[in-house]
Design a protein around this ligand. Structure first.
Ligand SMILES: Cc1cc2nc3c(=O)[nH]c(=O)nc-3n(C[C@H](O)[C@H](O)[C@H](O)COP(=O)(O)OP(=O)(O)OC[C@H]3O[C@@H](n4cnc5c(N)ncnc54)[C@H](O)[C@@H]3O)c2cc1C
Length: 401
């Protein structure tokens, strides 16, 4: 067992090494904590769909010194083309206009590239345990006694859950996911498919009421990311549990679809990296319990409909680490983290209520309204960014108290 007092500021276990986890590890190490990160995957996950880093989150990565590397990895999607049921063009817009991004300032990178850059920033300074996960947490003593799946037992001063929307840490200390999950009425299936479409740094989005298929080419390469997003008034529970039911649901939903959709569905059947989930937000009255706190998707997943998940992850990690650096007791630190971050989170989660789901209309009437709006936008200059991206001014990282 490690001693809770073996480092000047104490020891922290972070569960999850995607975006929130390594960002937290970076700032907590800088603040003098002894940091261990446990990740259930056997290695950092590469590849993946493109994510955005915008507004306040740009300042976080600038302070981490990784902005130049992220600029190198920037996808720089040029065009976003909207297609009707037969594959005819409705409108073609600049990708920044669709995402509400600020051209030249906000970044779009493949999720795996961001994870790799964050991992490189911490791997020499913190303990990383891949291929393991937390089994039990016991807060009855002066620290948190942790049993890992591997059977190892250790004690840490604090445990931070950065383990995503289906957080096991949250379940262990704050209860079942259902009570915090706000289902947004869609399911999504994502994978990479061969780029037989001749797409390059662009997105093509086909829509009919309640169904959409997107091809997202992050470069000129041989593969593109395919997204099937579809309306499901009730959570598709069987599809979440069983691969065959999942596949049946996707095939049934997109049967008879036009454009390239049949080929996408067929390619998905054989994809090795199929990701399927419902589209939800996590909304919690509090993000901590005792010596355990949550950050990123585990605490406040905003859903991909907002395009703000990665930015909230980076900003939330910074704010949590800053609060722990600034306050001696974890109670005061966790309270300060929530005070400083909740409004920003709420504002960004509200993007789905204020039109964030407008790209995926569920009725013919809403689809026609969306298309009319797109045709109008195509005739206008680029938009200014939505203020929610930049609404939080970061404090300077606090020195030790
Ligand atoms: C299809 C899709 C499209 C998206 N598009 C965008 C976008 O365009 N823009 C954007 O900003 N965001 C987007 N997002 C959201 C974004 O991916 C997340 O908000 C972001 O990844 C959150 O980071 P995180 O580190 O908090 O959680 P995650 O990235 O979910 O990482 C959690 C990590 O914890 C690990 N883990 C899980 N359980 C355990 C356990 N028990 N023990 C140890 N490790 C564990 C996982 O393996 C993973 O590495 C999208 C998400 C999806 C699903």
């Amino acid at each position: 067992m490690t001693s809770p007092s073996s480092t000047p500021r104490g020891t922290v276990l972070i569960s999850g090494a995607s975006i929130t986890g390594p960002a937290l590890a970076y700032w907590l190490h800088r603040a003098g904590f002894g940091v261990t990160v446990v990740e259930k995957a056997s290695a950092p996950r590469g590849g993946g769909y493109p994510i955005d880093i915008r507004g306040t989150a740009i300042e976080v990565v600038r302070r981490m010194g990784i902005l130049p590397r992220l600029r190198d990895a920037h996808v720089d999607t040029g065009r976003f083309t909207f297609l009707d049921a037969d594959g005819g063009q409705i409108a073609a817009l600049g990708a920044d206009t669709v995402a509400g991004s600020m051209a030249g300032q906000d970044l779009e990178v493949r999720r795996g590239d961001l994870t790799a850059i964050l991992y490189a920033a911490v791997r020499d300074d913190v303990e990383l345990l891949f291929g393991d996960s937390v089994d039990t947490l016991d807060q009855s003593g002066n620290g948190v006694d942790v049993t890992f799946r591997s059977g190892t037992r250790r004690t840490f001063d604090l445990v931070l859950g950065a383990d995503g929307i289906h957080s096991r840490t949250r379940e262990l200390v704050l209860g079942p996911e259902e009570q915090f999950d706000r289902y947004l009425g869609y399911a999504v299936a994502v994978c990479t498919v061969p780029n037989t479409f001749g797409l390059s740094r662009e997105v093509a989005l086909w829509s009919t009421p309640g169904r959409s298929a997107a091809l997202y080419a992050t470069g000129d390469g041989n593969e593109v990311n395919a997204f099937l997003t579809f309306h499901q008034p009730e959570r598709p529970l069987a599809a979440l549990r069983e691969p065959q039911a999942r596949w049946d649901l996707v095939a049934r939903t997109f049967a008879g679809a036009g454009w390239e959709v049949p080929g996408i569905v067929e390619a998905m059947r054989h994809a090795g990296d199929l990701f399927f989930d419902v589209v939800s937000q996590i909304r919690m009255p509090t993000w901590s319990n005792g010596r355990v706190a949550l950050a990123g998707d585990a605490a406040y997943a905003p859903s991909f409909l907002t395009g703000q998940g990665s930015s909230l992850a980076l900003v939330g990690a910074y704010m949590l680490a800053d609060s722990l650096a600034r306050h001696r007791g974890h109670d005061a630190a966790f309270a300060a983290y929530e005070r400083g971050t909740r409004e920003f989170v709420t504002m960004n989660q509200a993007l789905v209520d204020n039109g964030g789901a407008r790209l995926f209309p569920t009725t013919a009437e809403a689809l026609e309204q969306r298309n009319a709006m797109l045709r109008g936008l195509a005739a206008m200059p680029a938009t200014t960014p939505r203020p929610a991206h930049s609404a939080l001014v970061l404090p300077e990282l606090a020195p030790a108290p």
